[in-house]
Design a protein around this ligand. Structure first.
Ligand SMILES: *Cc1c(COP(=O)(O)O)cnc(C)c1O
Length: 385
């Protein structure tokens, strides 16, 4: 794409597809070609494209008031924060709004400094964002190394390893941050007692337990945050991706004592909690509840995981709900993605050996069946050269 190279920086590489419109989980490119969208803006467009409830909410809001800053309150910020409190099931929950996942984790990092401690425990291969603080929490050497020195005092331990976490968490630990289910690293599910063990180690030492639910949150796994199965509550939940229903919005929700660590002047964001982005979030949450979309997430997610596992060339499927990792028996994932694109299916390959599928939460069973068919054909075609 010549114009991309002419006007944009090279940090993403050059995309080969230019998307111009969408409806639900079908998108159209600049040449008029149609695709099934099984990536949804990277787990972001939770109700697909141009959902009537979201379109109505944001157009109404845009025609009334588009931005107020945090010098003033706005009904949407109040309503969304109340919804988030209800979703946590904990009246102590208090929200700070920002615009992205990295910013939500930056906020958690700063919040943890208010404990008076500075040490942090994070996990290897975790992804927490690209800004310097969030990158310091991120456990992927390829993303970190070019930008060293990063923030000091952060120890990365193997994900899912309770004993390693126990050794690393001490009375000097300000916070422990983990993804309930690792997204970018390959949709990795930890042992079932892992999150509860982390809760116990944090309780014993006074460290804050932070769950980065940026990718797993907002119904992606079939519940609101992705850690509910563990039956424990963290001190901090970070959200973004699906939160704004396709608009840029992030949040750092703190519970219990952590909810009161920030004092006036400690942190801020000009656009955080923007009226239009929060209008979209409210509409998305209400639609998910009204249409009982979690049921669809579980049903279609199970179908995709079991059917894709049967495709020749696939060794394993993993995940929860509609966050699905697919391991291939040969390192052809990027080629498979290209082939899927030419056959009219969008998904992604975070590495050469696995694919990630994260469609809209209201994806239909029929579209899921089409996805399985195309994926099977694409893998076979790549393998047969
Ligand atoms: C995507 C992601 C982030 C970063 O979010 P941005 O909005 O890109 O800053 C952080 N944590 C997790 C788990 C993510 O998946």
């Amino acid at each position: 794409m010549k114009k991309w190279d002419q006007y944009l920086q090279a940090n993403y590489g050059t995309p080969s597809i230019e998307l111009v419109s969408g409806k639900g989980s079908v998108v159209k490119d600049a040449d008029g070609k149609i695709y099934l969208d099984f990536l949804a803006g990277i787990a972001t467009n939770i109700l697909g494209h141009a959902h009537p409830a979201i379109v109505k909410a944001i157009t109404q809001q845009a025609s009334q008031l588009s931005h107020v800053s945090n010098f003033y309150a706005h009904p949407n910020v109040l309503e969304l924060a109340a919804l988030l409190q209800r979703m946590t099931g904990d009246k102590s929950a208090r929200t700070f709004f920002c615009n992205s996942g990295a910013e939500a984790n930056e906020a958690a990092l700063k919040l943890s400094r208010k404990t008076g401690r500075t040490k942090i425990v994070a996990t290897k291969e975790a992804f927490h964002g690209r800004t310097m603080g969030a990158l310091s929490l991120t456990g992927q050497p390829s993303k970190r190394n070019p930008f060293k020195p990063l923030i000091k005092g952060i120890k990365h331990v193997p994900f899912g390893d309770s004993r390693a976490a126990k050794r690393a968490i001490t009375h000097k630990t300000a916070m422990v941050i983990v993804e309930p289910l690792m997204g970018e690293a390959g949709v990795l599910v930890p042992p079932s007692d892992y999150l509860a063990n982390l809760r116990a180690y944090c309780d014993a030492t006074g460290a804050l337990l932070v769950f980065d639910c940026v990718q797993t949150g907002m119904g992606r796994t079939g519940d609101w945050f992705g850690f509910e199965y563990s039956e424990i509550t963290p001190d901090v939940i970070t959200l973004a991706k699906g939160l704004g229903g396709g608009l840029p919005l992030g949040a750092m929700v703190a519970l219990g004592k952590a909810a009161h660590l920030f004092q006036a002047g400690d942190h801020g964001s000009t656009f955080g909690g923007n009226p239009i982005a929060t209008a979209a979030a409210i509409a998305a949450i209400k639609t998910i509840e009204k249409e009982k979309i979690f049921l669809n997430v579980k049903k279609v997610g199970e179908y995709l995981r079991s059917e894709i596992a049967l495709i020749p060339g696939v060794t394993e499927t993993r995940g929860a709900g509609l966050l699905i990792g697919v391991t291939l028996d040969t390192p052809i994932a990027k080629k498979v993605v290209k082939q899927c694109e030419s056959l009219g299916l969008l998904l992604n390959a975070p590495s050469e050996t696995y694919l990630r599928i994260a469609p809209a939460l209201n994806i239909s069973m029929k579209q899921a069946e089409q996805c399985v068919k195309i994926l099977q054909r694409a893998i076979a075609e790549v393998k047969n050269g």
